[in-house]
Design a protein around this ligand. Structure first.
Ligand SMILES: [Ca+2]
Length: 102
């Protein structure tokens, strides 16, 4: 007989945990008051923001700027003045709760 925790079997807990993780990645977290990380401006910091920053970094390397100045400010979470994959990484980590601030 499978071991149970709070009446749930281990496989049920694993599936539930994975579902919660995927949902968190998709929904992200509310943006901080200064809007940092919320590049698309929907009020939340999500994986979509991280993807948009990664796309912008790629575009910049080809000499194209796809972000507005306000989007650029919100995307540059390292405040280095230059957008990089580290900004995308930090935004992704914030969205999943692996990071609590920028
Ligand atoms: Ca957003």
């Amino acid at each position: 007989m499978a071991k149970k925790v709070f009446g749930l079997s281990l496989p049920m807990l694993l599936v539930g945990g994975a579902a919660a993780y995927i949902l968190t990645r998709k929904r992200g977290r509310p943006a901080p008051p200064d809007g940092m990380g919320d590049v698309d401006g929907d009020g939340r910091v999500t994986e979509a923001d991280a993807k948009l920053v990664a796309k912008a970094v790629g575009a910049l390397s080809r000499g194209q700027d796809i972000l507005t100045s306000e989007q650029y400010r919100r995307a540059n979470v390292t405040r280095s003045g230059r957008l990089s994959v580290v900004d995308a990484l930090f935004i992704g980590q914030y969205a999943t709760g692996e990071r609590d601030s920028f």
